[in-house]
Design a protein around this ligand. Structure first.
Ligand SMILES: Nc1ncnc2c1ncn2[C@@H]1O[C@H](COP(=O)(O)OP(=O)(O)O)[C@@H](O)[C@H]1O
Ligand SMILES: [Mg+2]
Length: 325
């Protein structure tokens, strides 16, 4: 169940990089988050220090990584990027932290993947800028405090519930939920991306793409690029009808749903009589990983009101049945 316009594969990563806003002005929407983060940054700059740590959470493609870049840029700080999956052992974390250039922004993506042990090691680093290193073993073991260069951690996650309470509470700069985008914000994003890609995109094309982007900037950009490819191959200028044909070919409907979304909904209806279906059973029926269902597919289906989550499992709503027809 891998949807080309959603999976953050290598092509998408380079598209992300090419279209990533490099200034706050180009970062569309999420106004409250932008304002709070910028205040924390400006205050820190005035004091001549680094701001406290930030945590951003929300579905894939809504601008978490971009915010980490903007934080570093506004501070004039180097950005060091790593991921919760990459930090397996205490030594990995110690190596990263002790090698930071002073005043670095350390971005840990998928921070919910850090093990409990690593989280605990991180606490003193976040609170008072030191690591507790255990030297030796057994009765002669002792702990030494290793002072770290000043840094600001930016954490990002699609699964904030998997983060321990103690870790969450150490993001003094704030814990921010990034929401899906409004259609008007998405139009601005598509417009901007079209101009970065030197595309002549009429307003109806911009609207078409925005409406099918699952309220997600990354999806909007990827769809715009696929429609551009389609129009180039067919040697036709971008127009609403070119968009329609392209989306039809890609299997993307007017709501931005793909054949994978429809397969999810159909399976819920056919194999589970509309639910409630436990996430594991549903994932098994779809040959998909429960995490992917929960974090990539379901948020938008929930938002559209096509499904509901209950304590007993997933339910196809009347609206979902109507959608399937
Ligand atoms: N607020 C925004 N304004 C403009 N473009 C955005 C915004 N948020 C995300 N994007 C675009 O979407 C792409 C994916 O964003 P990213 O920050 O990588 O998402 P996440 O880390 O949440 O998965 C970025 O490269 C950027 O082009
Ligand atoms: Mg990201």
């Amino acid at each position: 169940m891998s949807t080309p316009h959603e999976a953050p594969d290598a092509t998408l990563q380079s598209l992300d990089a090419a279209l990533r806003p490099s200034s706050w002005d180009d970062y569309v929407g999420q106004n409250q988050i932008k304002a709070s983060v910028r205040i924390a940054i400006d205050a820190a700059k005035k004091r001549g220090g680094m701001p406290e740590h930030f945590l951003f959470y929300g579905p894939p493609g809504v601008g978490k990584t971009t915010l980490a870049h903007l934080v570093a840029e506004s501070l004039g700080s180097p950005l060091k990027t790593t991921s919760g999956v990459a930090i397996e052992r205490a030594a990995d974390l110690a190596a990263i932290l002790t090698n930071l250039e002073p005043n670095t922004v350390l971005f840990i993506d998928e921070i919910h993947r850090l093990s409990h042990k690593i989280e605990e090691l991180l606490y003193p680093a976040l609170e008072s800028g030191h690591l507790d290193i255990v030297l030796g073993k057994g009765p002669s073991a002792r702990t030494v405090e290793l002072a770290l260069p000043p840094f600001t951690l930016v954490g990002a996650t699609t699964k904030v519930a998997d983060l321990s309470g103690p870790l969450r509470s150490r993001f003094g700069g704030g814990v921010y939920q990034l929401d899906f985008y409004t259609e008007s914000d998405l139009r601005d994003i598509v417009q901007r991306s079209a101009s970065v890609l030197s595309l002549d995109a009429p307003q109806d094309v911009v609207e078409h793409v925005a409406a099918r982007s699952r309220a997600t900037p990354r999806v909007a950009n990827a769809l715009l690029k696929r429609i551009r490819d389609f129009s180039e191959v067919h040697e036709r200028p971008l127009s609403a009808s070119v968009c329609d044909e392209a989306c039809e070919l890609f299997g993307i409907d007017g709501l931005g749903l793909t054949k994978d979304d429809r397969r999810y909904l159909t399976t819920l209806r056919e194999a589970f009589r509309g639910g409630p279906a436990g996430i594991r059973a549903l994932a098994a029926a779809l040959h998909e990983d429960p995490d992917t269902l929960e974090n990539v597919y379901e948020p938008y289906l929930l938002r559209l009101g096509l499904i509901e989550r209950s304590s007993r499992g997933r339910i196809l709503t009347p609206k979902g049945r109507e959608y399937l027809g």
